[in-house]
Design a protein around this ligand. Structure first.
Ligand SMILES: C[S@@+](CC[C@H](N)C(=O)[O-])C[C@H]1O[C@@H](n2cnc3c(N)ncnc32)[C@H](O)[C@@H]1O
Length: 459
């Protein structure tokens, strides 16, 4: 129960707390001397002993020590997996309650930011994932060598403590197996592992992605520096593994705070792996975004396209289009599809995917939606129907302004962050009504929510 990492230099004290509710990140929330206290791992209605880690001016961060009174919704946390690693924030809560939590998170965000008419929105129950475990088809693990021992896994959130993960229950079995095989090969071939503190070049991150449909696997070795001893031998060994068909090196340096660097080079095999969703094929290069749970993605895309109510005379804008998934799937229901996406490799994949699926009426443009959409409109592009699927930061304010001016009649918003969604809705409801919000669980065991919003232009 007691987590292994400590924020030192603070006096630690045990307190008894009754948990009132869950916070947006799945942590238990209670009160201590009238101040809010966050206790990860604790559940509503439980009475727990917690240790205060840090007393901030407006809240207290604490660690769960022992449960005195247990919630009936508590389930056993999976064995052999450290609770500190990200991605298992709700693994101690029954799946039925996880689904309720996700719907509630959306309701709470609406209540907090109160977009126009929010109390009347129809917020539906969360659609469960068909696969509660082993659903992630992409693993992005950090590698570290510490006192001669190699660790490969995930950092605890807000920490530099890396957990070696021989087992990860949300990860697909094949991606997990390949990660461990890469680790073993790195050790066997004495491939250098990067060391931040000594500024020592080598492999820093191993990304393994598998197509659910074709089972093809792509491995990307993210390295600090370009020349890494025995990297090519490693790549040759990897290409002998079952289903590994595409191997890349991505190069970064210590100044870059992002995981990925800007240079990506193929080491062996095919340029892309091919995924298939709703009868369409999608080629994926290493940098391109793709949903992490392809089985549940079928439901996400079907529901979102259903919400659009498309007609054959419409031009559909697929904004934040990734590799072109939504637009290509919907292309035969409309006159024309125009996609906009910022990552050049994803746009190249989208264009390739248009051809792969023999789609004749879709085109994809590279750049920021907030800039490219107004430019295309100036050139005469009609915006009849719009689907937006932004990252967690939500819609760019410039884009919201453009939309309030353009007023597309048909508008669907896919969001992976209820908080930015609710804030965007405050602005969008100047011109739109919100009819329906569908919740869908893409990432079981995590506190992450995904929802689809149908917006209707006010007369
Ligand atoms: C949540 S993903 C959705 C991708 C796609 N709709 C799908 O389902 O696979 C968001 C995408 O938006 C892209 N993106 C982020 N900011 C952007 C911006 N300002 N303009 C255009 N695309 C952006 C990201 O690269 C990413 O591919």
């Amino acid at each position: 129960m007691r987590r292994n990492f400590r924020h030192n230099n603070h006096k630690e004290k045990d307190v008894i707390i009754t948990i009132k509710r869950l916070g947006i990140n799945g942590e238990g929330i209670g009160y201590y001397k009238k101040k809010i206290i966050f206790i990860p791992g604790a559940l509503p209605d439980e009475v727990v002993v917690a240790q205060i880690i840090k007393d901030y001016p407006h809240y207290i961060q604490a660690e769960l020590v022992r449960i005195k009174e247990k919630s009936p919704d508590r389930v056993t946390f999976p064995k052999d997996v450290p609770p500190e690693v990200g991605g298992l924030e709700l693994a101690h809560l029954s799946y039925k309650k996880q689904l309720e939590f996700k719907k509630n998170n959306v309701l709470e965000a609406l209540k907090k930011y109160h977009p126009r008419g929010y109390a009347k929105y129809k917020v539906k129950n969360t659609i469960p994932a068909p696969n509660e475990w082993h659903y992630r088809n992409k693993a992005q693990y950090q590698i570290e060598r510490d006192h001669g021992k190699t660790k490969l896994g995930l950092f605890a959130p807000h920490s530099h403590k890396l957990f070696d993960l021989p087992i990860m229950l949300t990860q697909s079995k094949d991606t997990q197996k390949i990660e461990r095989t890469v680790k073993a090969l790195i050790e066997k071939l004495h491939v250098p592992v990067a060391n931040y503190y000594r500024h020592f070049p080598g492999i820093k991150t191993i990304v393994v992605r598998q197509s659910e449909a074709s089972k093809e696997i792509q491995v990307t070795l993210i390295t600090v520096g370009h020349e890494v001893k025995n990297l090519l031998t490693l790549s040759q060994e990897l290409s002998k593994l079952p289903n590994v068909v595409s191997i890349y090196q991505n190069e970064t340096d210590w100044r870059n705070p992002q995981v990925w660097g800007n240079k990506t080079e193929k080491l062996g095999g095919k340029n892309q792996i091919t995924e298939e969703i709703l009868g369409k094929k999608f080629a994926l290069s290493p940098r391109a975004f793709f949903q992490l749970n392809p089985v549940q993605t079928v439901n996400l895309y079907s529901e979102a396209i259903k919400f659009l109510d498309l007609t054959p005379d419409q031009t559909l804008i697929d904004a934040y289009s990734g590799v072109g998934t939504l637009g290509i799937i919907a292309a035969d229901q409309v006159k024309q599809v125009v996609g906009i996406e910022t990552i050049p490799e994803a746009v190249a994949d989208a264009k390739h995917n248009v051809e792969l699926n023999h789609v004749k009426n879709a085109d994809y443009f590279q750049g920021n939606v907030e800039k490219v959409l107004p430019q295309l409109q100036e050139q005469g592009l009609p915006v009849d129907a719009l689907i937006v699927d932004p990252p967690r930061t939500g819609l760019a304010k410039g884009l919201i302004k453009t939309l309030l001016r353009t007023k597309p009649k048909t508008f669907v918003y896919i969001s992976c962050n209820p908080s930015t969604l609710a804030q965007d809705l405050v602005l969008l409801t100047e011109s739109y009504n919100v009819r329906l919000i569908e919740n869908i669980d893409m990432l079981p065991q995590t506190a992450r929510c995904e929802c689809i919003v149908k917006l209707t232009l006010r007369k």
